[in-house]
Design a protein around this ligand. Sequence first.
Ligand code: NI
Length: 413
Amino acid sequence: MNDNTILIKNALILSPNNNFENKEQSLLIKGNVISEISEDIDDSNVDKIIDASGKILLPGFINTHTHLSMALFRGLADDLSLDSWLNDHIWPMEANLNEEYCYIGALLGAVELIKSGTTTFSDMYFYMEDVARAVDEAGIRAVLSYGMIDFGDAEKRENEFKENISLFENCNGMANGRIKVFFGPHSPYTASEELLIKVRQLADEYNMGIHIHVSETEKEINDILDEKGLRPFEYLDKIGFLGPDVVAAHSVWLSDNEIEIIKKNNVKISHNPCSNMKLASGIAPVSKLIENDICVSIGTDGASSNNNLDLIEELKTASLLQKVSTLDPKALSSDEALAMGTIKGAEALDLDDEIGSIEVGKKADIILIDTNSANMVPNSSNLSSNVIYSANGSNVDWMNRKSMKKLEKLLKN
Ligand code: NI
């Protein structure tokens, strides 16, 4: 790492630590860290100056639930229920995956993420060391987990632990610390009780977080009720699986008791509205979760059930979905949505001391949004509204054009 300095001048800084109050300021980056924020920074000794006049500067977005390599399956199976989508289409195709497919899929996904403003994502999939290779080359930040599925088979279970632990040993801290490894038990309906209990024990031992799908569809609730006599979060609580290091994707079908359980265990939620709407899974009670001080972040899910990785579109959808489902236009405001896409994602991944806001000492994971575009004019005084309701991922002004060209060339080869 070098200590090159970059000065970004006259940006409209929008950050959760300032309650998204719009302030025109300059920002100095030393190496990969934000070293100064003020109205007037001396530019005589800096290596590079970027004039960001009229541009909105935000923390890079954080996508807390993806299956990046599934970018390869974009558009291959649409307009289906989750059950049929998985069993008849996705799982048979996944049986043919290999290292190279997962690497290329992850690289493609990483280009889409970076260009639309996401600088960190949390991924659960297969061939994750090849995904790590793509993350390293793309220059993005990631939390990686291997999707563990045993369906009660002891031999398979052992293999899944080997995979996830070797991913941890080979990749945790890789890419100059940009890669962190979590356990990825797929869900309470594909992972046995034995697997889940062992994940909890090893997560404590290795100090690793846990990424899991929970309560995505009504069918899942009914199946677990039939098998365990409890709803998914009640069952996970009973076996001692839950904790503040658990990120539960979806969490659509929740009883009041389960919301209490989530709160008590400080479980983090990854809300995936586009995937939930496209697969007609249901509407997560996000406003109610936030009212209960539960950390709700945002995820796109894989590009085959979304079908893109545009986090601005995801945040707008999240906001609109809460408004229409509660019949309250004040539900999930643009400020709350922006927090979901930034600091709440950082909290979910236990990275909030490093990323998620624009503060001195934090990593310079930042993006600029160009307001000089028809859909951003007039640039209202409420910038968070402009970002969430008017912008889309293509308004992100990606700064490092040279490295992006290199990535696109890699993809073409
Ligand atoms: Ni998923």
